[in-house]
Design a protein around this ligand. Structure first.
Ligand SMILES: Nc1ncnc2c1ncn2[C@@H]1O[C@H](COP(=O)(O)OP(=O)(O)O)[C@@H](O)[C@H]1O
Ligand SMILES: [Mg+2]
Length: 242
């Protein structure tokens, strides 16, 4: 499904990723933890195709295709969904229209009335009421509401791979539960996810198959969910101690 091999990435001539290797099979959920500045968001931007991040070595394949040769929109159409740590605000485009335009890139003949009904069916899963649909995208939304917008997009997109960058940041305990359960409900043999998180709290609701810890642009530890417990208890210091 997703195969990242020995990925080296620079931003403005500064080396950020130093050989990341990661393989996610269909149906698997992987968690990526790590302290601030370790390169987690950089990895998600590179998967998305952000032009600022230069790949100097290594490769990314998705379903056997070379992702690095695809345009960002081609990656999305191929089934890769990304939720960014800092979602965009767009004045003058309401949430419904934004979602509708997004869905139309996949289904040209989509009916707005039917689609609105479909959206309304999913609003409850992220804890939104209908009034949010008529508000400008993320403008004046709280941090937690922006994250709910991202998860709503995820539910409506039905991708084969989701990369979620700190979708849990800014969420209170109840919101975390709502969002965690909504993501957990997507688990299926056809859905894979890379859940990037600074804290491990979201993982109370989504049990990952594998857990990786990033430090200084590299994966320094991989294993099962037991790693989460260790980090919750002792922070990252034991992981980085040689
Ligand atoms: N656009 C950028 N310009 C300069 N430095 C950047 C840029 N993006 C990321 N970095 C640097 O790369 C490092 C990793 O950042 P990031 O990937 O955001 O880490 P994380 O998501 O793990 O906190 C940091 O030192 C950060 O300052
Ligand atoms: Mg980050």
């Amino acid at each position: 499904m997703l195969e990242i091999k020995n990925l080296h990435v620079e931003v403005e001539s500064k080396k950020i990723l130093n050989g990341v290797t990661l393989r996610i099979k269909p149906g698997e959920v992987h968690a990526l933890l790590g302290p601030n500045g370790s390169g987690k968001s950089t990895l998600s931007y590179v998967i998305a195709g952000h032009p600022k991040y230069k790949v100097t070595a290594g490769e990314i394949q998705f379903e056997g295709k070379n992702v690095l040769e695809m345009k960002p929109e081609e990656r999305a159409l191929a089934g890769i969904f990304l939720a960014f740590q800092h979602p965009l605000e767009i004045s003058g485009v309401n949430l419904f229209n934004f979602l509708f335009q997004m869905a139309k890139t996949r289904t040209k003949s989509l009916s707005p009335i039917k689609f609105r009904r479909h959206v309304i069916d999913n609003l409850e899963k992220v804890g939104f009421d209908e009034s949010f649909l008529d508000r400008d995208l993320n403008v004046g939304f709280s941090g937690g509401e922006k994250k709910r917008t991202e998860v709503l997009q995820l539910l409506l997109t039905n991708p084969s791979l989701a990369v979620l960058d700190e979708t849990d940041s800014g969420l209170d305990r109840d919101s975390l539960k709502t969002i965690g359960k909504a993501i957990q409900a997507l688990r299926s043999p056809k859905f894979s996810a890379l859940i990037i998180t600074h804290y491990a709290r979201l993982l109370d609701y989504i049990e990952p198959d594998y857990v990786h810890v990033m430090g200084n642009g590299k994966i320094v530890l991989s294993g099962g969910p037991e790693i989460i417990e260790k980090i919750e208890k002792n922070g990252y210091k034991d992981v980085f101690k040689k």
